[in-house]
Design a protein around this ligand. Structure first.
Ligand SMILES: O=C(O)c1ccccc1NCC(=O)[C@H](O)[C@H](O)COP(=O)(O)O
Length: 218
């Protein structure tokens, strides 16, 4: 199995960003959502974006954001990908892609096969879907350390690129990769010591576990 792309989400400090780069992660996620313990303010995002430029791709995460909020973030911090993590429809996602001219990823909350099937509607509207765990009503829509039944997306052959998220950490990511063959793996709380506090050792261990699993499959 090829080594999947690795995304470390919820980065809010230079140390965490440097750890993701040192671990050879492909994507660093910055959360623009006020309720999140990982929320970054525009000035903070600007510094992180500049530090990341040319070293790791920058993903901005938004939850049901209007154009004005996304434009404000982009004015402060150039981004390479916009990740939509709310209830955005395929039409809204396509609108965001056209308006900002950036790759768009749509996160989908998964608890059943019907949830996975919803991904098909995003073909042509976004570059990638990210299968994540469904979180309880009223809770944050991501970054909760919850996983879902990986067999629902095992070796998914849909009409667009995809990724796996939700409750992944250095201890379980090898099994998740072996069981799903996901081409992109995303984590946030699984590489933290407390909500919003990234642990550089866990970031390194996460990437190592992924590479060891991929290498062992050859
Ligand atoms: O991380 C957050 O605080 C967050 C807040 C609101 C929407 C999404 C959020 N995170 C999304 C991510 O990309 C996470 O990496 C993904 O949900 C997996 O999180 P975790 O289960 O903690 O690894």
């Amino acid at each position: 199995m090829p080594t999947p792309a690795i995304k470390i989400c919820g980065i809010s400090t230079p140390d965490a960003l440097d750890a993701a780069i040192a671990a050879r992660a492909d994507y660093a996620g910055f959360v623009f959502f006020a309720r999140s313990p990982r929320n970054v303010m525009p000035a903070q995002a600007a510094a992180l974006s500049a530090r990341a430029e040319g070293r790791i791709a920058r993903v901005g995460l938004f939850v049901d954001a209007g154009d004005a909020q996304i434009a404000e973030a982009l004015a402060a911090a150039p981004l390479d990908v916009l990740q939509l993590h709310g209830a955005e429809t395929p039409e809204r996602a396509a609108q965001v892609r056209a308006r900002f001219g950036l790759a768009v990823w749509k996160a989908l909350p998964i608890a059943s096969a019907a949830d996975v099937a919803r991904a098909n509607a995003y073909a042509g509207a976004v570059e990638r879907v990210l299968f994540d765990a469904k979180t309880p009503k009223g809770a944050l829509p991501g970054g909760m350390g919850l996983s879902f039944d990986w067999s629902l997306v095992a070796h998914w052959k849909g009409p667009l690129a995809w990724g796996l998220a939700g409750g992944l950490n250095p201890d379980n990511v090898g099994e998740a990769l072996a069981r799903t063959g996901a081409p992109l793996i995303d984590t946030s709380s699984g590489v933290e010591s407390a909500p919003g506090i990234k642990d550089t050792g866990r970031i390194a261990a996460f990437a190592r576990a992924i590479r060891e699993t991929a290498a062992a499959s050859h």
